[in-house]
Structure formats: C-alpha cells, structure tokens
Design a protein around this ligand. Sequence first.
Ligand code: ADP
Ligand code: MG
Length: 304
Amino acid sequence: MLQIKKITFSYQTKPVLRNLNLSIQKGEHVSIIGESGSGKSTLLKLIYGTYDLDEGQIFWGETEILGPKYNLVIGYDFMKYVAQEFELMPFISVAENIGHYLSNFFPEQKEERILELLEVVELTDFAQTKANLLSGGQKQRVALAKALAKDPELILLDEPFSHIDNFKKHQLRRRLFKYLKQKQITCVVATHDKEDVLGYADNIIALHDSRVIATEKPEELYRNPKLPLIAAFFGEYSVIEPYGIIYAHQLQVVDNSDIEVVVANCYFKGDYYLIEANYNENKVYFQHHETLGINDCVFIKETN
Ligand code: ADP
Ligand code: MG
C-alpha cells in the first residue's frame, strides 16, 4: 500500500503541501480534489518521485519513493504517471506508442496486448495513425493506454479526461476505471470534475491551503459537505438558515414558508430549471420543474 508520512514540499519558500499524511490501500481508487493551484498535481508528482521532499517520506509497500537527489532516473517500474501535459512520440503510430514499454521478445503477445489496450481506450481504428495527427483527446487516450501497457501496481492520473469530449468521456471513464478495479491496480486521480469521482472513487482526499481538509467516502462527503468549498465541488448550493449548506435539489418551491425569495435568473438544465434568487442580501439556488418569471416572489423550503 501507499503511505505518505508527514510530507512537506515547497517549490520556492512557501510550502505547497504541509505536513501531509495519507495511506491508500492496494486496489483502492482515490480521488484528489481541490481548487486549481491547491497542489493536486504536485502531490501526484511527489508520489511519483519527481521532486525531493523537504520533509517526510513516501512508501509503496516496503519501498521508499525517492526523488532525483537519490535516483538517476525518475520513477519506478511498479508505477505509472499520466501527466496533465502528457507526451507522446509524435512520429510513430498509436500502436507503437502504446507498445513502447512492452518487450519485443514476444511479438505475438505484444501485438495482442496492444489490441486489448486499443479497445480499452477505443482507438482500434487509429492503431496505425501517427501520434502527431491525433486530436488532444485522442492523444490523452493513447497516453492512458501506454501507462496501462505493463499493468502497473499503482497508476497516477492527472485530470485524465480533461481533453476528451463529452461524447466519449462517460464511456471511456467507465471502461478505464472498471479495468483498473478488475486488475486491482491502485489508482490516484487528481480531478476537479465530480463525474470522475462519484460512482468510482472509494475515497476522496480534499486539498486546501496546503493541507488535507477531508478524507472521506464519496457518499459521506457529498451528503455532509462541511465546507462551502466542498459543496461547490458537487454542485450548486446555498448557505441559508436554518439549513446551513444546502444543494439546489434539496430546496423546493412551496405555497408558504419562512423563506421568501425574489427570482433573479432561470437556467434550463435539461431535467430541471436552476433558479437563482435573491434572499435578503444573498443569492440562493434551487431547482424547479418549470421556468419562473424574473422578479417573481416565491417561497422555498427543504424538500421532504
Ligand atoms: P493543482 O494541480 O491543484 O492545480 P499544482 O500542484 O499544479 O496545483 O500547483 C500548486 C501550487 O504550486 C500552485 O501555486 C502553483 O503555482 C505552484 N507550482 C506548480 N508547479 C510549480 C513549479 N514547477 N515551480 C514553481 N511553482 C509551481
Ligand atoms: Mg493540476
């Protein structure tokens, strides 16, 4: 398992991560969430051994992960890292890129493995296409397949679907995460997209202000987001008495209540309309099944 013990790291003087502890079990899927700049990518890079720690230690089982001061070549055989800015070899084919880490001693097995991986990332038709001719999303899929080629014990994914369009994203995400679970590959995913988390992650780690502010199961964190910052990750929310933090879908329009609001905006969201309204000096957000007129006064309360 992965153990992160009291690590502190700074690029310059101010620590990006401070005294951080974590442990992740073998086969576990963990999401790292946090605002842009909160240190998600830095944490993945530290786990990979990209930089030397200021303080603390990181272990994968018995092996201590060491940075460039102690390792001539960054990285370890048992782990792969797919960066936010992934790199491919531009002038060779998709299949050759994916097979990069695979041995040429067993050409048939290699061929078979590449075909299997092409299927996981849905690029079978592009096997012979040169990497530089691919779109950003296709390149990202090649980078994922390349990282999976030798079934690492641990895979670190930095916003793995950020370049992939919505048409492909949902299915690819299901396939990839199912594959990792089947193979019991431990995975740590940095993301700002709740869709990458809900339904897949076993645990969520939330970073803020160079610290871990929550380590919880998705259900728990979703149902009880102790901070607005965490509610914001999951969706539209308001902070109103007597409810505290409350998601838009947890409020409904009623004939009468203590909370009278003035409609300010109405957004079509497919299954519902998101209503933005003014309540005293604050904005509140709730869902409604039809549009409401701007400046309409309505009463809202928590859904039963
Ligand atoms: P996230 O992935 O959550 O957006 P990062 O880990 O990329 O956050 O960055 C965390 C902080 O470290 C940010 O303030 C960022 O500006 C800074 N940072 C990231 N990479 C470097 C670097 N190579 N040199 C100096 N500062 C960096
Ligand atoms: Mg990042």
